[in-house]
Design a protein around this ligand. Sequence first.
Ligand SMILES: NC(=O)c1ccc[n+]([C@@H]2O[C@H](COP(=O)([O-])OP(=O)(O)OC[C@H]3O[C@@H](n4cnc5c(N)ncnc54)[C@H](O)[C@@H]3O)[C@@H](O)[C@H]2O)c1
Length: 324
Amino acid sequence: MGRHEGESKTVSGAEIIVVTGGLGFIGKHFVRRCLEDGRFVKNIDCISYAADRSVNAEFSKFKNYRFYESDICNLDFLPECDIFVNFAAESHVDNAITNAKRFCETNFLGVQRCLELVRLKHERERPLFIQISTDEVYGDIRDGSHTETDTLVPSNPYAATKAAADMLVQSWGRTYSVSWNIVRPTNNYGVHQYPEKLIPKSAWRMKRGMPAIMHGDGSYIRSWLHVDDTINGILTVIEKGSRNQIYNIGSTEERRNIDVLRRIAGVLGISENAAFVSVADRSGQDVRYSLDDSRLRGLGWSPRRKFDDEIIGIVEQLDNSRFI
Ligand SMILES: NC(=O)c1ccc[n+]([C@@H]2O[C@H](COP(=O)([O-])OP(=O)(O)OC[C@H]3O[C@@H](n4cnc5c(N)ncnc54)[C@H](O)[C@@H]3O)[C@@H](O)[C@H]2O)c1
């Protein structure tokens, strides 16, 4: 990626945000919000299989948007910005279990590359580095909730690469005085999610008369966080967070996987017998995730969206999915 003509940090005086992975599920919702809020967004994405190509055309209509097609592992130039938000990642655990190499490259070495580009800037021009991490770095928890100071015990290769990246970010802060925040959201859901993840994949199958695939007995518990609540959480950290701090973004909407599938089946009017089949457990499956997000709530954030309400529109909108 080369230097671009007319790069300026003060385009219309707006705050400039570099986003990586801004064509992915959470990234594109974040980019849209920032554009609508009048921020200047520079989006770096390698357009992997998980990228939503059509959203780039939508964003390109905004004057305050630039797109750079690049792999963060090979990034040779960091556009000028006030804030750098790294969403880019390989994000699907099943893929990591099959082949973790690409996860190590993007999720670890890609973050190292981005941190270096920030460090190499003159101190006055360094952006705040926001790393989008995950609740999976803590591993699972049967009772109670993980706080930001808990030990990281990742259970699968995806979670391990994300945990390793968090360590890199903190060390670049300590050694090179790069200013950072790490945010750790729990399971996200919302419209236009790539249909490899539980909700869109299951609804997609059920809508076509195929049973959804359920790992084991479906007793695994996840907390469900609407993507808009995640975006609000990240923006709250940017606007009000203490620098060089980690913030969990949690949810009180805990569901067993089997109950998520039952809810989707209910929305579609499909009987439970036809709705899903059980397959062998995913290797290293986490039993339950739960986050203590009181640190973020202390900044005034709280989740607004209700899972049982939102899931109706999400399942119904699936036929308009950009991926199908
Ligand atoms: N989806 C969730 O439930 C969830 C929960 C917690 C944390 N996270 C984290 O949030 C971030 C975004 O997740 P998502 O679900 O939106 O991911 P996603 O898989 O939907 O999108 C990832 C995006 O990153 C891009 N990308 C991948 N590798 C890249 C590379 N090497 N260089 C440049 N771009 C690259 C892809 O093209 C894609 O547009 C990730 O860091 C993930 O670990 C996700």
